[in-house]
Design a protein around this ligand. Structure first.
Ligand code: GLN
Length: 555
């Protein structure tokens, strides 16, 4: 029978519930258990796909095309648990389904109410993951206890234990234990209040995970245990990590969390923990042998989480090369004001990530021109490919007004234009080209050299594409199309013949990178950056290629 872990949060938001869930999932997996992870987001949007990255951070895309919360990115980076559209529900999605049922007459004339109809819908969403082949299902409730919009979710998880038996459920509550400088001590009161709030709605937490800046003294742990009616050994400290979030699972192991869960849920089939490779990876992070600086030029660089998976993937690629990756975040509009040289002259590579809307496009194009001309490695992702196309059209093909119809519908040279299948679409939600698509690579290409595979699957999220009418004109000048969606005749990967490493993709490879298995394209890009840096050092003014091969370190 599948066991359930419910993870809630209190005191403040942004405590890192997603990371904690991902870490718990990873630890259980590495004790030989089969795990599924799921997140409930209490906001009303049906999914985050239509939300601004400023509000919400990155939209994380799954293989099946679901546009989900970025916490699912943590789940995927830490575990091998399969994710699909049943792994992220919002209030909007739950209500949409309840309202559809009501319109179909499924409720047979009854008054439709939050309890039981909405809560039943939530419970069904939990049960959907709890298939026979799953040992533990971890469900994270977004927001904090006490939020009005979160109430139906809390009520549903309360009822869930009554339905299947408390012995099969574990409630883990994550709280903050703040350090007050003026008092010189950690404060447990917010945790006590938060647990009180949870108990008021009928949930007694089994485990408390306390986020702290400093070590949680024994007395404080005892006090929390006593006031919150939780076993002393179930008060777990989770201190801020200086180096990387990938240290979180280890600190939870050191504080006994995996064993506690195994015992409390009676997971007798659990095996001894195996995390040797993870520890090894952390050692590499602690002692890098190389260093490389990558510029990321985007629209939302100020927002910490808007390009979350891109930053993580660069970091993972760094691990593969035993290199520390310094990321220089540059706002595209700044380049429009002050020029590319000021920001890019010292960097070893440029990455232009995905995005929407025309703001900052000029800056991205200028940045790409700079690295193309100076032979600095370039990696474009989705909008990055489209900007590289516009740049090449304007500055190499001399089509000065070339553009994407997204930014100028009346351009005389629409080198990037709307997909045919997108022409009639007016609804914004979940209507892009979404999810995993097949791409065929040319064997004579940097992309193939990176993947070592001719057919690859990557996730997509876009409406516009390279305009095939311009294909011959581009190819003639060394703009190589090295990857294609064969059936639909869509350009997927482009490279420049006359450049050490200039590659852009229409997909989002950043959604398939893990710290223990970096994505091949990111790995190749960081390898090219290290190579560039090495050559710059030995011959600052020449383009002579050295023999340094950091790429081998991680392959
Ligand atoms: N705005 C572009 C499109 O819709 C790029 C999207 C993206 O970068 N994800 O095609």
């Amino acid at each position: 029978m599948t066991k359930h872990i419910f993870v809630t949060g209190g005191v403040v938001s942004s405590l890192g519930k997603g990371l904690t869930c991902a870490s718990i999932g990873m630890l259980l997996e590495r004790r030989g258990l089969r795990v599924r992870l799921q997140k409930f987001d209490p906001y009303i949007n049906v999914d985050p796909g239509t939300m601004s990255p400023y509000q919400h951070g990155e939209v994380y895309v799954l293989d099946d095309g679901s546009e989900t919360d970025l916490d699912l990115g943590h789940y995927e980076r830490f575990t091998n648990s399969p994710l699909d559209c049943h792994c992220n529900y919002t209030t909007g999605k739950i209500y949409q389904s309840v309202i559809d049922k009501e319109r179909r007459g499924d409720y047979r004339g009854r008054t439709v109410q939050v309890i039981p109809h909405v809560t039943d819908e939530i419970k069904t969403a939990i049960k959907r993951l709890a298939r026979e082949d799953v040992d533990v299902c971890i469900t994270e409730i977004g927001g904090t206890v006490g939020d009005i919009e979160g109430m139906p979710f809390f009520e549903a998880i309360r009822q869930f234990a009554l339905d299947i038996g408390k012995q099969h459920c574990l409630y883990i509550h994550l709280t903050l234990v703040p350090y007050l400088k003026a008092a010189g001590e950690l404060k447990t009161k917010p945790t006590q209040h938060s647990v009180q709030e949870l108990r008021k709605i009928g949930i007694q937490p089994d485990v408390l995970i306390c986020r702290t800046e400093r070590e949680l003294p024994k007395e404080d742990q005892e006090k929390i245990a006593q006031f919150c009616n939780v076993e002393r050994r179930a008060v777990i400290e989770e201190r801020d990590k200086e180096l990387t979030v990938y240290e979180v699972p280890l600190s939870l192991v050191n504080n006994g969390l995996d064993e506690l869960i195994v015992q409390k849920l009676g997971l007798t089939q659990a095996k001894p923990l195996e995390i040797g490779d993870w520890k090894q990876m952390l050692e590499v992070i602690r002692h890098p042998e190389h260093e490389v600086t990558i510029a990321v030029v985007g629209k939302y660089v100020k927002h910490h989480d808007a390009y979350k998976s891109v930053y993580e993937s660069l970091f993972h690629a760094g691990i593969s090369h035993r290199a520390k990756v310094n990321i220089k975040r540059i706002e595209a509009e700044k380049i429009e004001q002050d020029g590319a040289e000021k920001f890019l002259s010292g960097v070893d590579g440029l990455l232009v990530p995905g995005g929407f809307d025309r703001r900052g496009i000029g800056g991205k194009i200028e940045a790409i021109r700079f690295v193309r001309e100076h032979k600095i490695p370039f990696f474009g992702i989705c909008l990055g490919l489209q900007c590289a196309t516009i740049e090449f059209a304007r500055n190499v093909l001399k089509l000065e007004e070339a553009n994407s119809t997204e930014f100028n519908p009346a351009t005389p040279h629409p080198v990037v234009c709307l997909l045919d299948e997108q022409q009639q679409i007016t609804y914004l939600g979940a209507t892009m080209r979404l999810g995993s698509c097949e791409c065929k690579l040319k064997t004579e290409s940097k992309a193939f050299a990176a993947y070592c595979q001719e057919i690859v699957q990557e996730r997509h999220r876009h409406r516009y594409e390279f305009n095939n009418q311009y294909r011959a004109m581009f190819e003639e000048k060394g703009f190589r199309i090295t990857g294609e969606h064969v059936k639909k005749n869509l350009v997927e990967v482009i490279e420049l013949a006359d450049h050490p490493w200039f590659l852009a993709v229409q997909c989002h490879p950043e959604f398939k990178s893990k710290p223990t298995a970096s994505h091949p394209l990111f790995r190749a890009f960081i390898g090219a950056g290290l190579q560039y840096r090495h050559e710059k050092k030995i011959e600052p003014n020449s383009r002579i290629r050295g023999t340094f091969s950091p790429a081998l370190a991680g392959s």
